[in-house]
Design a protein around this ligand. Sequence first.
Ligand code: ZN
Length: 467
Amino acid sequence: MEGQNKARTVGELRASGYTPVPVREEMRRNLIAMIRAKKEIFPGIIGYADTVIPQIENAIISGQDIIFLGERGQAKSRIMRSLVNLLDEEIPILKGCEINDNPFAPICRQCRDRLSEEGGATEIAWLPRHERYGEKLATPDTTIADLIGDVDPIKIAEGRYLSDELTIHYGLIPRTNRGVFAINELPDLAERLQVGLFNLMEERDIQIRGYYIRLPLDVYLVASANPEDYTSRGRIITPLKDRYGAQVRTHYPTTIEDEISIMEMERRRFKDDEIESYTPRYMKEITAEVTHLARESPDINQSSGVSVRVSIADYETVLSNAIRRAVTLREKLAVPRISDLPHIYSSIVGKIELEGFEDTKQEKVIENLTRKAVLNVFNRYYHMDRMEVVVAPFDKGLVVEVSDTLDSQSYLAIVRQITGMKDMIKVASVPDRPEAIASAVEFILEGLYLNKRLSKTKSEGKNVYRR
Ligand SMILES: [Zn+2]
Protein backbone atom coordinates (compact mmCIF):
# COMPACT_ATOMS: atom_id res chain seq x y z
CA MET A 1 0.00 0.00 0.00
CA GLU A 2 1.49 3.33 -0.99
CA GLY A 3 1.84 5.74 1.97
CA GLN A 4 -0.09 8.93 1.25
CA ASN A 5 -2.75 7.55 -1.03
CA LYS A 6 -4.01 4.96 1.42
CA ALA A 7 -7.77 4.66 1.61
CA ARG A 8 -9.38 6.20 4.67
CA THR A 9 -12.97 5.04 4.21
CA VAL A 10 -14.75 1.90 3.12
CA GLY A 11 -15.77 3.71 -0.08
CA GLU A 12 -12.19 4.71 -0.93
CA LEU A 13 -10.98 1.21 -0.18
CA ARG A 14 -13.56 -0.30 -2.51
CA ALA A 15 -12.65 2.21 -5.23
CA SER A 16 -8.96 1.27 -4.89
CA GLY A 17 -9.79 -2.28 -5.84
CA TYR A 18 -8.37 -3.73 -2.60
CA THR A 19 -9.59 -7.22 -1.84
CA PRO A 20 -9.13 -8.57 1.68
CA VAL A 21 -8.09 -12.22 1.84
CA PRO A 22 -8.24 -14.74 4.70
CA VAL A 23 -5.08 -14.85 6.81
CA ARG A 24 -4.03 -18.32 5.57
CA GLU A 25 -4.22 -17.14 1.98
CA GLU A 26 -2.22 -14.03 2.77
CA MET A 27 0.57 -16.04 4.50
CA ARG A 28 0.66 -18.59 1.71
CA ARG A 29 0.89 -15.93 -0.99
CA ASN A 30 3.67 -14.04 0.83
CA LEU A 31 5.61 -17.22 1.62
CA ILE A 32 5.60 -18.32 -2.00
CA ALA A 33 6.73 -14.84 -3.06
CA MET A 34 9.58 -14.94 -0.53
CA ILE A 35 10.72 -18.40 -1.63
CA ARG A 36 10.65 -17.22 -5.24
CA ALA A 37 12.71 -14.12 -4.35
CA LYS A 38 15.13 -16.30 -2.31
CA LYS A 39 14.50 -14.19 0.79
CA GLU A 40 15.39 -15.37 4.28
CA ILE A 41 12.08 -16.33 5.84
CA PHE A 42 13.16 -17.11 9.40
CA PRO A 43 16.11 -14.82 10.19
CA GLY A 44 18.10 -15.83 13.27
CA ILE A 45 16.81 -19.41 13.28
CA ILE A 46 19.97 -21.55 13.15
CA GLY A 47 20.28 -25.24 12.29
CA TYR A 48 16.73 -25.84 11.04
CA ALA A 49 17.24 -25.21 7.31
CA ASP A 50 16.90 -28.86 6.31
CA THR A 51 14.63 -30.14 9.08
CA VAL A 52 12.11 -27.82 10.70
CA ILE A 53 11.79 -24.99 8.18
CA PRO A 54 10.69 -27.11 5.18
CA GLN A 55 7.93 -28.60 7.34
CA ILE A 56 6.72 -25.17 8.43
CA GLU A 57 6.66 -24.00 4.84
CA ASN A 58 4.68 -27.02 3.71
CA ALA A 59 2.14 -26.45 6.50
CA ILE A 60 1.68 -22.83 5.49
CA ILE A 61 1.37 -23.67 1.81
CA SER A 62 -1.26 -26.21 2.86
CA GLY A 63 -3.04 -23.72 5.13
CA GLN A 64 -2.59 -26.05 8.10
CA ASP A 65 -2.36 -24.92 11.72
CA ILE A 66 0.89 -26.05 13.35
CA ILE A 67 1.79 -27.55 16.69
CA PHE A 68 5.48 -27.47 17.54
CA LEU A 69 6.74 -30.34 19.68
CA GLY A 70 10.06 -29.92 21.39
CA GLU A 71 11.97 -29.68 24.63
CA ARG A 72 12.73 -26.34 26.20
CA GLY A 73 15.06 -23.89 24.51
CA GLN A 74 14.56 -25.07 20.92
CA ALA A 75 13.47 -21.69 19.53
CA LYS A 76 9.78 -22.64 19.38
CA SER A 77 8.61 -19.22 20.61
CA ARG A 78 10.95 -17.43 18.27
CA ILE A 79 9.68 -19.37 15.27
CA MET A 80 6.05 -18.72 16.19
CA ARG A 81 6.73 -15.00 16.53
CA SER A 82 8.56 -14.87 13.24
CA LEU A 83 5.45 -16.10 11.40
CA VAL A 84 4.47 -12.43 11.51
CA ASN A 85 7.03 -11.92 8.71
CA LEU A 86 4.61 -13.71 6.42
CA LEU A 87 1.82 -11.18 6.93
CA ASP A 88 1.25 -8.11 4.74
CA GLU A 89 2.95 -4.91 5.97
CA GLU A 90 -0.51 -3.69 6.96
CA ILE A 91 -4.15 -4.45 6.36
CA PRO A 92 -7.29 -2.30 6.51
CA ILE A 93 -9.70 -2.80 9.40
CA LEU A 94 -12.81 -0.94 10.45
CA LYS A 95 -11.60 1.90 12.65
CA GLY A 96 -11.99 1.30 16.38
CA CYS A 97 -13.02 -2.34 16.01
CA GLU A 98 -11.77 -4.53 18.86
CA ILE A 99 -11.50 -7.59 16.66
CA ASN A 100 -9.93 -6.07 13.52
CA ASP A 101 -13.03 -6.45 11.36
CA ASN A 102 -12.74 -6.77 7.60
CA PRO A 103 -14.13 -3.44 6.26
CA PHE A 104 -16.31 -5.25 3.73
CA ALA A 105 -17.57 -8.08 5.93
CA PRO A 106 -17.59 -7.19 9.65
CA ILE A 107 -18.57 -9.84 12.17
CA CYS A 108 -19.10 -7.74 15.29
CA ARG A 109 -22.46 -6.12 15.94
CA GLN A 110 -21.08 -2.57 16.42
CA CYS A 111 -19.35 -2.64 13.03
CA ARG A 112 -22.33 -4.15 11.22
CA ASP A 113 -24.56 -1.42 12.65
CA ARG A 114 -22.06 1.32 11.81
CA LEU A 115 -21.54 0.09 8.27
CA SER A 116 -25.27 -0.01 7.56
CA GLU A 117 -25.67 3.54 8.93
CA GLU A 118 -22.60 5.22 7.43
CA GLY A 119 -22.07 3.12 4.32
CA GLY A 120 -19.10 4.10 2.15
CA ALA A 121 -18.15 6.92 4.54
CA THR A 122 -17.35 4.46 7.37
CA GLU A 123 -13.78 5.10 8.50
CA ILE A 124 -11.08 2.50 8.25
CA ALA A 125 -7.64 2.17 9.89
CA TRP A 126 -4.48 0.36 8.76
CA LEU A 127 -3.16 -2.29 11.10
CA PRO A 128 0.61 -3.01 10.94
CA ARG A 129 1.59 -6.67 11.00
CA HIS A 130 3.37 -6.61 14.35
CA GLU A 131 0.00 -5.82 15.93
CA ARG A 132 -1.53 -8.93 14.40
CA TYR A 133 0.23 -11.39 16.66
CA GLY A 134 -0.97 -12.60 20.05
CA GLU A 135 0.35 -15.25 22.40
CA LYS A 136 -0.51 -16.87 25.69
CA LEU A 137 1.38 -19.22 27.97
CA ALA A 138 -1.21 -21.85 28.89
CA THR A 139 -1.56 -22.62 32.59
CA PRO A 140 -4.12 -24.73 34.41
CA ASP A 141 -5.87 -21.55 35.58
CA THR A 142 -6.17 -19.94 32.13
CA THR A 143 -9.86 -19.20 31.57
CA ILE A 144 -12.34 -18.96 28.69
CA ALA A 145 -12.52 -15.25 29.52
CA ASP A 146 -8.74 -14.88 28.97
CA LEU A 147 -8.68 -16.67 25.66
CA ILE A 148 -12.06 -16.19 24.08
CA GLY A 149 -14.16 -13.78 26.05
CA ASP A 150 -16.77 -13.19 28.68
CA VAL A 151 -20.27 -11.82 28.83
CA ASP A 152 -20.83 -8.70 30.86
CA PRO A 153 -23.31 -9.53 33.63
CA ILE A 154 -24.21 -5.82 34.05
CA LYS A 155 -25.27 -5.52 30.45
CA ILE A 156 -27.24 -8.74 30.73
CA ALA A 157 -28.97 -7.22 33.76
CA GLU A 158 -29.78 -4.13 31.68
CA GLY A 159 -31.97 -6.41 29.64
CA ARG A 160 -29.99 -6.93 26.47
CA TYR A 161 -30.46 -10.13 24.52
CA LEU A 162 -28.38 -12.79 26.12
CA SER A 163 -26.84 -13.84 22.83
CA ASP A 164 -26.22 -10.25 21.73
CA GLU A 165 -22.52 -9.76 20.86
CA LEU A 166 -22.75 -6.28 22.37
CA THR A 167 -22.43 -7.90 25.75
CA ILE A 168 -19.17 -9.72 24.95
CA HIS A 169 -15.88 -8.64 26.40
CA TYR A 170 -13.47 -10.16 23.90
CA GLY A 171 -10.49 -12.27 24.98
CA LEU A 172 -7.07 -12.63 23.38
CA ILE A 173 -7.96 -14.81 20.40
CA PRO A 174 -10.79 -12.62 19.00
CA ARG A 175 -8.50 -9.61 19.49
CA THR A 176 -6.02 -11.33 17.18
CA ASN A 177 -8.71 -11.86 14.53
CA ARG A 178 -7.13 -11.84 11.04
CA GLY A 179 -3.73 -12.54 12.58
CA VAL A 180 -1.57 -15.22 14.19
CA PHE A 181 -2.25 -16.54 17.68
CA ALA A 182 0.21 -18.76 19.56
CA ILE A 183 -0.51 -20.90 22.60
CA ASN A 184 2.59 -21.98 24.50
CA GLU A 185 2.46 -25.30 26.40
CA LEU A 186 -0.94 -26.28 25.04
CA PRO A 187 -1.25 -29.46 27.20
CA ASP A 188 -1.44 -27.27 30.32
CA LEU A 189 -4.78 -25.88 29.16
CA ALA A 190 -7.77 -27.28 31.11
CA GLU A 191 -9.77 -29.82 29.11
CA ARG A 192 -12.88 -27.62 29.23
CA LEU A 193 -10.89 -24.88 27.49
CA GLN A 194 -9.50 -27.25 24.92
CA VAL A 195 -13.10 -28.13 24.04
CA GLY A 196 -13.89 -24.41 23.74
CA LEU A 197 -10.87 -23.89 21.55
CA PHE A 198 -11.82 -26.79 19.32
CA ASN A 199 -15.37 -25.48 18.92
CA LEU A 200 -14.07 -22.06 18.05
CA MET A 201 -11.71 -23.45 15.40
CA GLU A 202 -14.08 -26.00 13.95
CA GLU A 203 -17.66 -24.86 14.51
CA ARG A 204 -16.95 -21.17 14.83
CA ASP A 205 -19.26 -20.81 17.74
CA ILE A 206 -18.58 -20.79 21.40
CA GLN A 207 -20.45 -21.31 24.62
CA ILE A 208 -19.80 -18.64 27.23
CA ARG A 209 -21.54 -18.93 30.60
CA GLY A 210 -24.10 -21.18 28.97
CA TYR A 211 -24.90 -18.85 26.03
CA TYR A 212 -24.06 -19.83 22.47
CA ILE A 213 -22.32 -17.09 20.59
CA ARG A 214 -21.38 -17.25 16.94
CA LEU A 215 -17.85 -15.97 16.33
CA PRO A 216 -16.61 -16.70 12.79
CA LEU A 217 -13.00 -15.64 13.42
CA ASP A 218 -10.15 -15.83 10.93
CA VAL A 219 -7.09 -16.74 13.02
CA TYR A 220 -3.99 -18.74 12.16
CA LEU A 221 -3.45 -20.81 15.28
CA VAL A 222 -0.09 -22.23 16.33
CA ALA A 223 0.83 -24.00 19.54
CA SER A 224 3.82 -25.49 21.30
CA ALA A 225 4.13 -28.49 23.58
CA ASN A 226 6.72 -30.68 25.22
CA PRO A 227 6.56 -34.04 23.42
CA GLU A 228 6.15 -35.95 26.66
CA ASP A 229 3.13 -33.88 27.77
CA TYR A 230 1.69 -34.12 24.31
CA THR A 231 1.84 -37.86 23.92
CA SER A 232 0.86 -38.74 27.47
CA ARG A 233 -2.73 -39.89 27.44
CA GLY A 234 -5.35 -37.28 28.16
CA ARG A 235 -3.19 -34.19 28.17
CA ILE A 236 -4.65 -32.97 24.88
CA ILE A 237 -8.15 -33.94 23.81
CA THR A 238 -8.11 -36.02 20.64
CA PRO A 239 -10.35 -33.79 18.48
CA LEU A 240 -8.06 -30.82 19.14
CA LYS A 241 -5.00 -32.94 18.37
CA ASP A 242 -6.56 -33.94 15.06
CA ARG A 243 -7.44 -30.35 14.28
CA TYR A 244 -3.80 -29.29 14.06
CA GLY A 245 -2.86 -30.04 10.47
CA ALA A 246 0.87 -30.22 11.00
CA GLN A 247 3.03 -31.50 13.84
CA VAL A 248 6.55 -30.19 13.63
CA ARG A 249 9.27 -31.70 15.83
CA THR A 250 11.98 -29.22 16.83
CA HIS A 251 15.43 -30.29 18.02
CA TYR A 252 18.63 -29.03 19.58
CA PRO A 253 21.53 -27.90 17.36
CA THR A 254 23.02 -31.06 15.89
CA THR A 255 26.52 -29.59 15.50
CA ILE A 256 28.90 -27.74 17.83
CA GLU A 257 29.15 -25.18 15.02
CA ASP A 258 25.42 -24.33 15.20
CA GLU A 259 25.52 -24.26 19.00
CA ILE A 260 28.38 -21.72 18.88
CA SER A 261 26.58 -19.57 16.28
CA ILE A 262 23.57 -19.35 18.60
CA MET A 263 25.79 -18.54 21.62
CA GLU A 264 27.46 -15.72 19.67
CA MET A 265 24.13 -14.34 18.48
CA GLU A 266 22.31 -14.53 21.80
CA ARG A 267 24.86 -13.62 24.44
CA ARG A 268 24.10 -10.41 26.25
CA ARG A 269 26.13 -7.43 25.13
CA PHE A 270 26.54 -4.10 26.86
CA LYS A 271 26.86 -0.67 25.32
CA ASP A 272 29.51 0.50 27.78
CA ASP A 273 31.78 -2.44 27.05
CA GLU A 274 35.15 -0.76 27.69
CA ILE A 275 36.98 -3.96 28.48
CA GLU A 276 38.41 -5.60 25.42
CA SER A 277 37.74 -9.32 25.39
CA TYR A 278 38.71 -12.30 23.31
CA THR A 279 37.34 -15.80 23.60
CA PRO A 280 39.56 -18.46 22.03
CA ARG A 281 37.81 -20.82 19.68
CA TYR A 282 38.53 -23.83 21.93
CA MET A 283 36.79 -22.17 24.89
CA LYS A 284 33.64 -21.71 22.80
CA GLU A 285 33.88 -25.32 21.69
CA ILE A 286 34.25 -26.50 25.29
CA THR A 287 31.20 -24.52 26.37
CA ALA A 288 29.10 -25.94 23.52
CA GLU A 289 30.50 -29.42 24.18
CA VAL A 290 29.38 -29.33 27.83
CA THR A 291 25.81 -28.80 26.63
CA HIS A 292 26.03 -31.52 23.98
CA LEU A 293 27.36 -33.99 26.56
CA ALA A 294 24.63 -32.95 29.02
CA ARG A 295 22.03 -33.84 26.37
CA GLU A 296 23.34 -37.40 26.32
CA SER A 297 23.99 -37.79 30.04
CA PRO A 298 22.00 -40.46 31.88
CA ASP A 299 22.38 -38.36 35.06
CA ILE A 300 20.26 -35.58 33.54
CA ASN A 301 16.53 -35.71 32.92
CA GLN A 302 16.31 -35.71 29.13
CA SER A 303 12.55 -35.29 28.84
CA SER A 304 12.80 -31.75 30.18
CA GLY A 305 15.87 -31.22 28.01
CA VAL A 306 19.02 -29.12 28.11
CA SER A 307 18.29 -25.77 26.53
CA VAL A 308 20.53 -23.76 24.23
CA ARG A 309 20.20 -21.18 27.00
CA VAL A 310 22.62 -23.33 29.03
CA SER A 311 25.33 -22.77 26.41
CA ILE A 312 24.56 -19.05 26.23
CA ALA A 313 24.64 -18.57 30.01
CA ASP A 314 27.82 -20.64 30.40
CA TYR A 315 29.53 -18.58 27.72
CA GLU A 316 28.48 -15.35 29.42
CA THR A 317 29.73 -16.65 32.77
CA VAL A 318 33.24 -17.70 31.69
CA LEU A 319 33.62 -14.43 29.83
CA SER A 320 32.47 -12.49 32.89
CA ASN A 321 34.98 -14.27 35.10
CA ALA A 322 37.70 -13.29 32.61
CA ILE A 323 36.50 -9.68 32.68
CA ARG A 324 36.51 -9.70 36.48
CA ARG A 325 40.10 -10.98 36.44
CA ALA A 326 41.21 -8.40 33.86
CA VAL A 327 39.75 -5.57 35.94
CA THR A 328 41.19 -6.90 39.21
CA LEU A 329 44.70 -7.47 37.79
CA ARG A 330 44.56 -4.34 35.60
CA GLU A 331 45.15 -6.36 32.47
CA LYS A 332 44.17 -5.02 29.06
CA LEU A 333 42.48 -8.06 27.56
CA ALA A 334 39.91 -10.42 29.10
CA VAL A 335 40.44 -13.99 27.90
CA PRO A 336 38.56 -16.96 29.42
CA ARG A 337 40.70 -19.85 30.73
CA ILE A 338 40.13 -23.43 31.84
CA SER A 339 40.27 -22.28 35.48
CA ASP A 340 37.18 -20.11 34.78
CA LEU A 341 35.08 -23.18 33.95
CA PRO A 342 34.07 -24.16 37.53
CA HIS A 343 32.06 -20.91 37.60
CA ILE A 344 29.58 -22.27 35.05
CA TYR A 345 28.08 -24.30 37.91
CA SER A 346 25.89 -21.31 38.82
CA SER A 347 24.62 -20.79 35.28
CA ILE A 348 23.98 -24.45 34.49
CA VAL A 349 22.57 -25.86 37.74
CA GLY A 350 19.19 -24.12 37.60
CA LYS A 351 18.59 -25.04 33.97
CA ILE A 352 18.87 -28.80 34.14
CA GLU A 353 17.07 -31.43 36.15
CA LEU A 354 19.19 -34.19 37.60
CA GLU A 355 18.04 -37.76 38.05
CA GLY A 356 18.44 -37.91 41.81
CA PHE A 357 18.43 -35.18 44.39
CA GLU A 358 21.60 -34.73 46.43
CA ASP A 359 23.39 -31.41 45.94
CA THR A 360 26.79 -33.04 46.18
CA LYS A 361 25.91 -35.21 43.21
CA GLN A 362 24.95 -32.14 41.15
CA GLU A 363 28.39 -30.66 41.55
CA LYS A 364 30.05 -33.94 40.61
CA VAL A 365 27.87 -34.39 37.49
CA ILE A 366 28.67 -30.91 36.20
CA GLU A 367 32.37 -31.28 36.99
CA ASN A 368 32.52 -34.56 35.07
CA LEU A 369 30.73 -33.05 32.07
CA THR A 370 33.23 -30.19 32.01
CA ARG A 371 36.25 -32.51 32.21
CA LYS A 372 34.91 -34.69 29.43
CA ALA A 373 34.22 -31.61 27.30
CA VAL A 374 37.77 -30.28 27.75
CA LEU A 375 39.21 -33.71 26.91
CA ASN A 376 37.11 -34.07 23.74
CA VAL A 377 37.97 -30.60 22.48
CA PHE A 378 41.68 -30.92 23.39
CA ASN A 379 41.95 -34.19 21.48
CA ARG A 380 40.48 -32.52 18.40
CA TYR A 381 43.37 -30.02 18.48
CA TYR A 382 46.27 -32.21 19.58
CA HIS A 383 47.73 -35.66 18.97
CA MET A 384 49.12 -37.26 22.07
CA ASP A 385 52.07 -38.90 20.30
CA ARG A 386 53.71 -35.49 19.97
CA MET A 387 53.47 -34.59 23.64
CA GLU A 388 56.67 -36.12 25.03
CA VAL A 389 58.78 -33.03 24.47
CA VAL A 390 56.39 -30.92 26.53
CA VAL A 391 56.15 -33.48 29.31
CA ALA A 392 59.96 -33.89 29.59
CA PRO A 393 60.59 -30.94 31.97
CA PHE A 394 57.94 -32.33 34.33
CA ASP A 395 59.86 -35.62 34.39
CA LYS A 396 62.77 -33.61 35.76
CA GLY A 397 60.62 -32.27 38.59
CA LEU A 398 58.91 -29.20 37.17
CA VAL A 399 55.77 -28.17 39.10
CA VAL A 400 53.42 -25.54 37.69
CA GLU A 401 50.70 -23.66 39.56
CA VAL A 402 47.92 -21.80 37.78
CA SER A 403 44.59 -20.28 38.81
CA ASP A 404 41.83 -18.00 37.61
CA THR A 405 43.38 -15.13 39.57
CA LEU A 406 46.98 -15.55 38.38
CA ASP A 407 48.36 -12.69 36.26
CA SER A 408 49.13 -13.40 32.61
CA GLN A 409 52.83 -12.50 32.84
CA SER A 410 53.39 -15.50 35.13
CA TYR A 411 52.28 -17.79 32.30
CA LEU A 412 54.95 -16.37 30.00
CA ALA A 413 57.51 -17.59 32.55
CA ILE A 414 55.96 -21.07 32.37
CA VAL A 415 56.25 -21.04 28.57
CA ARG A 416 59.98 -20.26 28.87
CA GLN A 417 60.51 -23.29 31.11
CA ILE A 418 58.89 -25.81 28.76
CA THR A 419 60.50 -26.73 25.45
CA GLY A 420 57.89 -27.18 22.73
CA MET A 421 55.22 -25.20 24.55
CA LYS A 422 55.41 -22.39 21.98
CA ASP A 423 54.67 -24.77 19.14
CA MET A 424 51.71 -26.18 21.00
CA ILE A 425 50.33 -22.70 21.64
CA LYS A 426 50.46 -22.07 17.89
CA VAL A 427 48.02 -24.94 17.36
CA ALA A 428 45.53 -23.21 19.66
CA SER A 429 45.78 -20.19 17.32
CA VAL A 430 45.35 -17.40 19.83
CA PRO A 431 46.62 -13.82 19.39
CA ASP A 432 50.18 -13.12 20.55
CA ARG A 433 49.17 -11.38 23.77
CA PRO A 434 49.97 -12.46 27.34
CA GLU A 435 46.31 -12.90 28.36
CA ALA A 436 45.60 -15.18 25.39
CA ILE A 437 48.81 -17.15 25.85
CA ALA A 438 47.89 -17.67 29.52
CA SER A 439 44.62 -19.21 28.40
CA ALA A 440 46.33 -21.50 25.87
CA VAL A 441 48.85 -22.67 28.50
CA GLU A 442 46.02 -23.75 30.81
CA PHE A 443 44.25 -25.52 27.95
CA ILE A 444 47.40 -27.52 27.19
CA LEU A 445 48.21 -28.35 30.83
CA GLU A 446 44.67 -29.52 31.49
CA GLY A 447 44.67 -31.55 28.26
CA LEU A 448 47.89 -33.28 29.32
CA TYR A 449 46.39 -34.02 32.71
CA LEU A 450 43.15 -35.41 31.24
CA ASN A 451 45.21 -37.60 28.91
CA LYS A 452 47.05 -38.87 31.98
CA ARG A 453 50.42 -37.38 31.02
CA LEU A 454 50.46 -35.11 34.09
CA SER A 455 48.83 -35.25 37.49
CA LYS A 456 46.83 -32.43 39.01
CA THR A 457 46.09 -31.46 42.60
CA LYS A 458 44.03 -28.59 43.87
CA SER A 459 45.30 -26.44 46.65
CA GLU A 460 43.93 -23.11 47.89
CA GLY A 461 42.08 -22.40 44.64
CA LYS A 462 45.13 -23.26 42.54
CA ASN A 463 45.61 -26.10 40.10
CA VAL A 464 49.01 -27.67 40.58
CA TYR A 465 50.35 -29.74 37.65
CA ARG A 466 53.26 -32.14 38.03
CA ARG A 467 54.35 -35.52 36.72
ZN1 ZN B 1 -16.00 -4.85 14.54
